[in-house]
Design a binder for this molecule. Structure first.
Ligand SMILES: Nc1ncnc2c1ncn2[C@@H]1O[C@H](COP(=O)(O)OP(=O)(O)OP(=O)(O)O)[C@@H](O)[C@H]1O
Ligand SMILES: [Mg+2]
Length: 220
C-alpha cells in the first residue's frame, strides 16, 4: 500500500547540538533524508547515532539547531535491547501498539488497522508466533516483532536503530527486505547500522565520528 498522503516525506536537521549533562553528544550536525530512500547512519560506538535517531523521532529535543520533519507520521523502531524482555505482551499485542498510531491508544482497531497488523506479522514471518509472549522469543524474532510494530504504523518515515545487529542471516535478510519494500512504497527510511549488508543496500550513507561530529564528507 503506498503512503497515505501525497506530501513528500523528508527530514532535515541543521546545526543540531545535543548535550547529556553538559557533555556534547551531537555537535552542529546537518542531516537530510528523502522519501523513497534508505539513508544509513554509520559510525563507531558512542558517536551519537542513536541520539541522532531520537532527535528525528522527536524523543530528544536539541539544545540548538533546527529540526524540520515534512511527514505526517513517524515510526520509531528501537533496538531490541532497549525493551524489557519481561514485558507481559504477546507478539500480536506488540505489533498492535504500532497501529494505535492510526486509531489512538486502547481504541478498537478499524478494519484497515487490523489489516495493517496482519500484513506486518506476515511480512516478518511472525503469523505463527502471534500468540507467543514477546519475552520468550529469540533475539531475531523480537527484533522482527519490533519492526512489524513499526510497519503496522504505515508511517511516512521509518526510523530504525541497528535492526540487524546480532541476528542470523535469515532474520537479517527478512528485515532488509521489509525495509526495502517500505522504501519502494515511498517511505523515508533512516537506519542506524554497522552491518556491511545494510550499508551496501543503502541509497545514502552518512557517518558520525566520535564526539558527535558528522563526517566532513557528509556521505560516506
Ligand atoms: N541518557 C544518556 N545520558 C548520558 N549520556 C548518554 C545518554 N545517552 C547516550 N549518552 C552518551 O552520549 C554518547 C552518544 O551515545 P549514543 O547512544 O547516541 O551513541 P551510538 O553511536 O548510538 O553508540 P552505539 O554504537 O554504542 O549504539 C555516548 O558517549 C553515550 O555514553
Ligand atoms: Mg546506538
Amino acid at each position: 500500500m503506498p503512503v497515505e498522503t501525497s506530501s513528500i516525506a523528508t527530514v532535515s536537521l541543521r546545526g543540531v547540538c545535543v548535550d547529556y549533562a553538559g557533555t556534547p553528544a551531537l555537535r552542529d550536525v546537518d542531516f537530510d533524508a528523502a522519501a523513497g530512500e534508505l539513508t544509513v547512519i554509520a559510525g563507531p560506538n558512542g558517536a551519537g547515532k542513536s541520539t541522532l535517531l531520537e532527535v528525528l523521532a522527536g524523543t530528544i529535543t536539541p539544545r540548538a539547531g533546527s529540526v524540520e520533519i515534512r511527514a505526517s507520521s513517524r515510526a520509531f523502531v528501537p533496538q531490541r535491547t532497549a525493551i524489557s524482555p519481561t514485558l507481559p505482551l504477546t507478539v500480536h499485542d506488540v505489533v498492535t501498539v504500532g497501529a494505535w498510531g492510526r486509531v489512538g491508544a486502547w481504541r478498537r482497531l478499524d478494519h484497515a488497522s487490523r489489516e495493517a497488523v496482519d500484513a506486518a506479522l506476515e511480512r516478518l514471518d511472525l503469523t505463527a508466533l502471534k500468540r507467543a509472549a514477546f519475552g520468550v522469543l529469540s533475539g531475531g524474532q523480537q527484533q522482527r516483532t519490533l519492526l512489524a510494530q513499526g510497519l503496522a504504523r504505515r508511517a511516512e518515515t521509518l526510523l530504525l536503530d541497528e535492526p540487524t545487529t546480532a541476528l542470523d542471516l535469515d532474520s537479517a535478510e527478512r528485515i532488509m527486505c521489509a525495509m526495502r519494500a517500505e522504501v519502494d512504497r515511498g517511505v523515508a527510511a533512516v537506519c542506524v547500522s554497522h552491518d556491511p549488508a545494510v550499508i551496501d543496500a543503502a541509497d545514502v550513507v552518512v557517518r558520525l565520528e566520535p564526539g558527535g561530529v558528522m563526517s566532513p564528507r557528509g556521505r560516506a
